[in-house]
Design a binder for this molecule. Sequence first.
Ligand code: COA
Length: 160
Amino acid sequence: MKIAVYPGSFDPITNGHLDIIKRGTKIFDKVIVAILVNVDKKGLFSVEERKELILKATKDIEGIEVIDFDGLLVDLLKEKEINVILKGLRNSTDFEYENTMDKINKKLNKDVETIFMISESEKSYISSSAVKQICRFGGEIDGMVPDSIKDDIEKKMRCK
Ligand code: COA
């Protein structure tokens, strides 16, 4: 069985993430969407809330599992006995960052491989921070987040 871990903060999940998840399930038998901690970021949604949003947004997609993990990505992979990471690339900035992350993960475990998918161009401007910022100041996040969770995000950000 071909399994990949799709890691991220998902604070919150966006249509950009959803695009990678959907395309990932066409290549892998199973995609494990893993909510991990990025120590450089102060989260807004709790891990439980992020998980609920991901589950709601992906309820019609087969072949995925949603988990959270507090630790190194390589340790999660070891625990699950998986050595493939799935990631999206939006632009050259992502490439620079992911290039380093790949090397760090390989230093920690040389058997880990990351498969990159280029984001659809109309989704390459989306980020979780942009969604939060637009929403906080009352802007329209239509098309940036899955329709099924747009209300939940707006409620949390108090713009409704
Ligand atoms: N479409 C749209 N947006 C996307 C996207 C896509 N395909 N892929 C990523 N993004 C956005 C994310 O929402 C995020 O937005 P934000 O910065 O506004 O929050 C941004 O691009 C960066 O995403 P990503 O590079 O995936 O970072 P992340 O913070 O979501 O996740 C972890 C990073 C959690 C996977 C990483 O820190 C990690 O592995 N942590 C565990 C500890 C560890 O092992 N560290 C490695 C050793 S240093």
